[in-house]
Each structure stands twice: as structure tokens, then as C-alpha cells.
Design a protein around this ligand. Structure first.
Ligand code: ZN
Length: 331
């Protein structure tokens, strides 16, 4: 991985959220930059968001980022990320959580790729037309889902299995021609929650060359007193199982909690079932966690090289193998 000009290793956060409503301030993302991140994947919609809503959000975010090019850049290529790293800026790309807003339409997939979407979850918690959700009766990837995986591969968008049911994720990992990720999920063997990944999923993800982004969302960590050491434990579990090349960070930090209104008519209990533990304060680990996590891993005996891979290099490699597939990378 690049370690440009003696700078600190490149840090990569595979998932963060700011309110999707008009008027939300992206300036909060400067905390990611100051915490040493060169890249963050920013959510622009979920299965309950309309296609128009996704496109409008991307438009607003791009407009804001371009007006603040002294600190931020919209990432279209790996070169953009590496340049941002070298110049102390934060490269931002977008992710969609669920296929519903794009209607799994191949042309729309390519459109949002051109607009900066570089990662896409196929399903958000509940079944949709392409596959099963982690909080639903999962019957696997549908025919339409297989077409979507092919479209994502062709467009250079990383297929993301976070929020999908286990059977669907196994199908996605088998169908994808490129490495697949779980952008923000933890280890089921440590915290038994449907959003967390089983050993079978960890093995299959590694076999694709993919990465599991350890989430800072406290529910998926078992609401520990010390989130950093809990995250280190989840990282270590994946490393012990499949080696140090298949784990990264997807902090799932939510800026301005409570500001974002749900779309009209949405039943929160359907999308986030209370019996799965949702409903309390949404607490994620902030970007500043990265330093403490690096230290916790070093204390566990991890080398500088291994820590660098985990905090950024592994996701960078996945991007290198996916973004290029769609002609999005210039390296
Ligand atoms: Zn999510």
C-alpha cells in the first residue's frame, strides 16, 4: 500500500452517515480528515429512500464537496484517494444501502457510478426484489439479484453484503467476479446478532479477496464498556481465522444523530426490529477512535504493517480490484 512521502499510512473508513435531509452540514466530515482518514464512504440512501432522493442527495453532497476542495475531494479513482492522502485532504465516495432506490436498473447503476457511488449493499435488513435481508426470511439472491451483481461488477461498484441475510450473502460472494465486502459488520461468534457475520461468511468473504469492515455501532459490539478494545477483539477474531488481509474499518459513525427525519410512512419497527435490540441511542465509534484502535492492536502484538493494512490498506486493495473493473480507476 502507498505510504506516500513518509506520511502516516492511508486510513479508510468504509461507511459513515450524515443526515440525508436538505441543509445537512458536511463540514462535520472534517473530523474524519483530522483523524487521519484519506477516504470515507458516505451513505446516500437506503432501501426506504426513493431514486430521486438518492440522486438529489448525491447532487447536494457533490456540490458541497466541490465548494470545499481545499479539504475534500469527490473520489472517482484510486488516484483521487492517493492524491487526497498526499495533500492532507479527505476523499469521499458514496454508498447506497439496498437495491430498491435504483430498482436494480443497470443503467441507473452506471449513472450513480459516474456520480461517485463506489459501493452498494444489495439489501437493507428486509427482503427486496434482489435478495434476502438479515432481519427477514432469506431465500437467497434472486435472478434479478444476479443481474445486479453483474451490473455492479461492470460498473466498478464494490458489492456490499452488509445488512443482507446469510444465504443471500453466500450467493453474492459466489456470483461476484470481484472481491466482495461487508462494509460494516462484526463477528457473530463474539456477538450473536443477525447483522454480524458467521464464520462461514468470514471464510467466503476472504476467499473472494474481500474485507469485513469492523463496525463501531455499539449494538453490534454487544454494547461494551470499552468500544475500542471490543473492536480490537473483533479485528483479532477475523485475523486469527483468515489472516490480516481481510479486515478493515467501517465505523458507521452517524453525524448529527436525530437530525435526519425518516421518510414519510416509514415504520422504524419494520426496518429495525426492536427484538433485535434497536431502539436505544444510536452510538457509533467516532473517527478519532482510529488512533486508539491502532494502539490497541499494537498492544496485542500487531506489527506496523499489519495495523496499516487493517486501518486502510486492505480496503484500498479491494477498491483497486473493483474500481478498475468498471474503468473507474486510473492507476
Ligand atoms: Zn448500515
Amino acid at each position: 500500500m502507498p505510504d506516500a512521502g513518509g506520511k502516516a499510512p492511508l486510513r479508510w473508513d468504509a461507511h459513515a452517515c450524515v443526515p440525508l435531509c436538505a441543509g445537512a452540514e458536511l463540514v462535520a466530515l472534517d473530523r474524519h480528515r483530522r483523524a487521519g482518514f484519506a477516504f470515507v464512504s458516505l451513505n446516500v440512501g437506503m432501501d426506504m429512500t426513493t431514486c430521486q432522493g438518492v440522486v438529489e442527495t448525491i447532487a447536494r453532497f457533490r456540490h458541497w464537496l466541490k465548494r470545499h476542495s481545499d479539504r475534500f475531494v469527490v473520489a472517482h479513482s484510486l488516484e483521487d484517494v492517493i492524491t487526497a492522502h498526499e495533500s492532507g485532504r479527505l476523499a469521499v465516495a458514496f454508498d447506497v444501502e439496498g437495491a430498491v432506490p435504483l430498482l436494480s436498473d443497470e443503467a441507473l447503476v452506471h449513472l450513480v457510478a459516474d456520480l461517485g457511488v463506489r459501493q452498494m449493499a444489495l439489501v437493507y435488513n428486509r427482503n427486496n426484489a434482489v435478495g434476502g435481508g438479515c432481519h427477514d426470511a432469506d431465500e437467497g439472491l434472486t435472478k434479478r439479484g444476479r443481474c445486479l451483481v453483474a451490473a455492479l461488477n461492470a460498473a466498478g461498484i464494490v458489492p456490499d453484503c452488509a445488512h443482507a441475510g446469510e444465504r443471500t450473502t453466500m450467493d453474492v460472494m459466489e456470483a461476484s467476479a470481484t472481491p466482495v465486502i461487508f462494509s460494516h459488520a462484526n463477528v457473530r461468534a463474539l456477538v450473536d446478532h443477525p447483522r454480524n457475520v458467521t464464520d462461514r461468511q468470514i471464510d467466503a468473504c476472504a476467499a473472494t479477496g474481500g474485507v469485513i469492515g469492523i463496525s463501531g455501532f455499539d449494538l453490534l459490539l454487544g454494547r461494551p464498556a470499552d468500544a475500542v478494545s471490543a473492536m480490537a477483539e473483533h479485528v483479532d477474531y477475523v485475523v486469527q481465522r483468515v489472516g490480516p488481509d481481510h479486515v478493515g474499518l467501517g465505523l458507521d459513525y452517524v453525524y448529527q444523530v436525530g437530525v435526519d427525519p425518516l421518510p414519510a410512512g416509514i415504520d422504524p419497527a419494520y426496518w429495525w426490529p426492536p427484538e433485535a435490540g434497536y431502539g436505544g441511542e444510536w452510538t457509533g465509534s467516532p473517527p478519532e477512535t482510529a488512533d486508539a484502535l491502532a494502539e490497541a492492536l499494537a498492544t496485542r502484538g500487531y506489527s506496523h504493517v499489519a495495523v496499516s493494512k487493517i486501518l486502510g490498506g486492505n480496503f484500498l486493495n479491494v477498491a483497486r480490484r473493483n474500481w478498475k473493473a468498471g474503468g473507474a480507476a486510473t492507476d
